[in-house]
Design a protein around this ligand. Structure first.
Ligand SMILES: Cc1cc2nc3c(=O)[nH]c(=O)nc-3n(C[C@H](O)[C@H](O)[C@H](O)COP(=O)(O)O)c2cc1C
Length: 317
């Protein structure tokens, strides 16, 4: 049975995953934290916590709040910065069989470029995921909301980053399809759809917003139908692989995203309830394929798209 997928068919190096199940940025640390706890080498890929040009302490607590079928977070990109990633963390991935993808966020175009150029010095990073979609920091959504700015940052980073490039989109863009098209035309090897949805909760005992940041990003099963719909729409508009991210907690969720046109999926919030969620979804996907007589996971990619576009998705896979 084939579970492997190719996420960067247009890139000379490619980005082949042994299966389509990845971890989502900010929900699985840098991978090392889970060594010995779960079989991380069973995963298709690990995406790191978002890194920024300089270290950030993030937002004040409370930074997370559970909601029905979801989680609100306003972590505010708490991380040690690009230098720490390149010098101290990236060398620890040497010899790993699971590809590690670095997630990068910045507030200005020149900062994105300088940070991406520095990350290129770390050979253990298999690919870069550009976060132009963080709702919890000032200017976090600046680049991702408009096709022009999203294309500019993609093009500029493409020039300095030598390995496969994934751009992570925001569901908050007024025209998500236009942003996806612009990014795909500007050198992205793959798109990730997507980040969290802006929301809030009130702590009624304290009579104030539950999160210190007031608003946060909503993730988890509550958002799955929303993001699934966006994946289904952009799959009919772009000819690069799409990674679905939003509320995947089971193998069936992953299958839904694949059928909507995604080539891979990321598992995020589910890891807070069960650190082995991603690994268990890999096993569940194998069982699902066997039970349904599917010999190659790529057969599912785009299976639920309208007939005329289905073949395009299949060719991609
Ligand atoms: C606590 C937390 C921290 C996150 N941090 C990041 C981040 O640093 N960079 C990023 O691109 N996305 C970040 N995300 C978004 C996730 O990677 C993912 O896109 C989103 O949560 C939807 O997937 P899910 O519903 O499976 O969690 C974070 C999400 C959560 C819940």
């Amino acid at each position: 049975m084939n579970l492997s997928v190719e996420l960067a068919p247009r890139h000379p190096r490619g980005l082949r995953l042994r299966n389509p199940i990845m971890t989502a940025s900010g929900t699985f640390g840098y991978g090392f934290e889970y060594v010995g706890l779960v079989e991380i080498e069973r995963l298709g890929a690990i995406v790191t916590k978002g890194t920024t040009p300089r270290p950030r302490v993030g937002s004040p607590p409370p930074r997370v709040w559970e909601t029905p079928a979801g989680l609100l977070n306003a972590i505010g990109l708490n991380n040690g910065g690009v230098e720490e990633l390149v010098r101290d963390l990236a060398p620890r991935w040497a010899g790993w069989s699971v590809p590690v993808i670095a997630n990068l966020a910045a507030e200005r175009l020149d900062e994105f470029v300088a940070a991406a150029a520095r990350l290129d010095d770390a050979p253990t990073i298999a690919a870069l995921e550009l976060n132009v979609s963080c709702p919890n920091v000032e200017n976090g959504l600046l680049f991702g909301c408009l096709p022009e700015t999203a294309a500019d940052v993609t093009r500029a980073v493409r020039d300095v980053w030598s390995r496969p490039l994934i751009v992570k989109l925001t569901p908050s863009a007024p025209d998500v399809v236009a942003v996806a098209e612009a990014v795909a035309a500007s050198g992205a090897d793959a798109l990730c759809m997507g980040n969290t949805y802006m929301g809030m909760a009130i702590d009624v005992e304290r009579r104030r917003p539950a999160l210190a940041n007031v608003s946060g990003g909503l993730s988890g099963p509550a958002i799955k139908p929303l993001t699934l719909h966006l994946v289904y729409r952009i799959a009919q508009a772009v000819d690069v692989p799409i990674i679905g991210a939003g509320g995947v907690v089971s193998a069936e969720d992953a299958v839904e995203y694949l059928m909507a046109g995604a080539t891979a999926v990321q598992v995020g919030t589910a890891h807070f309830a069960n650190p082995a969620a991603g690994v268990e979804i890999v096993a569940g996907l194998e069982r699902w394929l066997r039970a349904h007589g599917v010999g190659d996971v790529r057969e599912l990619v785009g299976a639920a798209l309208p007939q005329r576009t289905r073949h395009a998705a299949l060719a991609l896979a």
